[in-house]
Design a protein around this ligand. Sequence first.
Ligand code: UD1
Ligand code: CA
Length: 454
Amino acid sequence: MSKPWAVILAAGEGKRMKSKLPKVLHRLCGREMINHVLENVSPLTEKQIIVVGHGAHKVRETLGEDYLYAYQKEQLGTGHALLQALPLLPEEGSIFVLCGDTPLLATETLQDMWRSSQGMAATVLTAVVGEPSGYGRIIREGGLLRAIVEERDASAAQKEINEINAGAYIFKVKILKRYLAALSNDNAQGEYYLTDIISALVRDRYPVNAFKTPDSSDVLGINDRCQLAEVTKIMRERLNKRIMREGVTLIDPETTYIDVQARFKPDTLIYPQTVIEGECIIGEGCVIGPNCHLQKVKVGDYSTITESVIIESEVGCGATIGPFAYIRPQSIIGDRVKIGDFVEIKKSVIGEGTKIPHLSYVGDAEIKEGVNIGAGTITVNYDGKRKFRTTIEKNAFIGCNSNLVAPVKIGEGAYVGAGSTITEDVPADALAIARQRQVNKEGLAKKFRNKKEE
Ligand code: UD1
Ligand code: CA
């Protein structure tokens, strides 16, 4: 049998989010809500159709052209939304219909639901929840699905029901087509409810079933930012568990924030209050945190990063970063490099084994292997208009508190005396001193001291 198609309803404004961004583009663990839904349903489906409306352009631009799109001009309800996708659907077969705002609905749950739907005209995913308000309630008769009643149309007794409609369905396309066309909007919200198709099918004695998922957290929908935080927390718990099972130690999963795009090799240890965002690739046996923020960073094996921020850069193997280092985009930190406290690196390449242990700014620089940069060294890379590059060759030694006024090159094995302001290239193996000579005036201190005491 051929795979079903999927239709994702995502045209609503998401008024309760109070946002300029379409609701389905809000992110959880680094990925847009609707992209989670697509990720979950894609393995089970042949093609995916997204019904867009509010912010259609933005949604389409974000998701790209791997999907089909239907446009719902006015948001007249979930039934009306699905109607817009009908012309794109095949004549035969089945479809999943999902909402763009239920990102926890796992592939496994959808798979179980699919199995239960064989021979059915329609299947509805339901769950028993502690707090059913806001959801459509499942009305059963003698255990069998009878209808779905929206919160706003429900009687007091129906509101007591805690089995809810998760907003995920499977339909036989042929039957669905007939019923969608006949839908009315005679209800409290004046909307075309997709859920009314279920009661119509039951009335006409079609086989319809409710598939009750055992994991009720799967069905949580996001309508406002409180629910966004709740659902994010559950997603993070699931993700952190997966990461731990893959061999990464999280000292405190509750305060470790890792995006879905991150990849780890085993035996890395992560201390609390660490944020790992975007496409990060972390090697084996690393120690990261506490208090680290990594964004799109690649880290080799056995590196240590403590209390530091690293953005869009690469760190090699066996490197030591921090505490309190700030590594900005387009930096490449080589193997066994040491970047110490209060060091900022920007758009620079740091060669193997080089040490920048404290209090330095290195920007637009190429520093080769085995260099030692003394505390307080600054690459003076900016004249107020343009940026210039600094090059430091192998095994050079830069004394403390030096200014390297770019463009400038320090030759291989050269020494720069502490406190120098270097404005010209230093040849290989030379000693450069660029500071005033010291003058000692014998006895003068005493005079100054006595003056003060007067
Ligand atoms: C819907 C269900 C409710 C279920 C809940 C599950 C209906 C009538 N109600 O309610 O039974 O418990 O989901 O989360 O179906 N949308 C459109 N066009 C529209 C209206 C909605 O595309 O005209 C999309 C929205 O973007 C959203 C989804 O459909 O992704 C659900 O819409 P929403 O307004 O959130 O429905 P609920 O009130 O949550
Ligand atoms: Ca909803």
